[in-house]
Design a protein around this ligand. Structure first.
Ligand code: MG
Length: 238
């Protein structure tokens, strides 16, 4: 049988089985999706919260609640030893886009080579590290859910070259019996899938975990290496 005929017959069969009235009712139940402007390729979606666009760190604070002290140079925020920084706004489930670059020269090794980190809710770290031709333990390399899941592949670009993380995060949440409903991470590194809906149940830094929460600030780690950040935006998810 010709493929087109097969498809036509299947379609007719499906319509007959479900009934035209049913199809209309199904269609009527869906609200129209909101229209957003995705911008040009590599742009910022119109419904995103822009956390850093190269100008200033006004949307960020240090651990003491004062202004973030990282250096801004030529539209880039550079880790400079003044401590971790936190977004002033809190977030729950979200889509997060981060552009980062490992420092030059890439002459350190392992966890000392361009170490930083992106902590969702200040608790759950997606590792930032220069893992380009540099080895460390797998669940501590770039793109790892630190201490839990290594990335599926090492998609690192060389130090000094801009890289992207696109992160889809759902937080773990408390259940009715005092337990935890696992959350999840899906991560693309430079457009390549490296975390495929992995579960998250506890903080990646044990000392910081005070139970799951619906929302928390985004934290960028100062690990003493001059990692660089360029553009950071986030879309809260319902
Ligand atoms: Mg780190």
């Amino acid at each position: 049988m010709h493929d087109t005929m097969k498809r036509t017959n299947l379609k007719s069969f499906a319509a007959a089985a479900l009934g035209a009235a049913c199809l209309v009712a199904q269609g009527a139940e869906w609200p129209e999706p909101p229209v957003i402007n995705p911008g040009p390729a590599g742009g910022i979606p119109s419904d995103a919260v822009v956390l850093f666009d190269g100008r200033d760190l006004a949307g960020w604070r240090n651990a003491a609640g004062e202004g973030a002290g990282w250096k801004i140079e030529d539209g880039v925020a550079i880790v400079n030893g003044t401590g971790n920084i936190f977004s002033r706004q809190s977030f729950g489930a979200c889509q997060l886009h981060v552009e980062w670059a490992a420092p030059l020269p890439g002459d350190q090794q392992g966890q000392g080579r361009g170490n930083s980190g992106i902590y969702l809710q200040g608790r759950y770290e997606i590792q930032v590290l220069d893992s380009y031709h540099s080895k460390t333990y797998p669940d501590g390399q770039a793109g790892a859910l630190y201490g839990n899941f290594p990335p599926l592949v090492n998609a690192c670009r060389p130090p000094g070259v801009w890289q992207t993380y696109d992160i889809i995060f759902h937080p773990p949440l408390p259940d009715d019996q005092g337990g935890i409903v696992p959350g999840s991470f899906t991560v693309l590194h430079n457009g390549v899938l490296i975390q495929d809906h992995v579960p998250v149940t506890t903080a990646t830094t044990a000392a910081a975990f005070q139970g799951p929460a619906a929302e928390g600030p985004l934290m960028l780690q100062d690990h003493g290496n001059p990692a660089r950040y360029k553009r950071i935006w986030i879309r809260p998810l319902k």
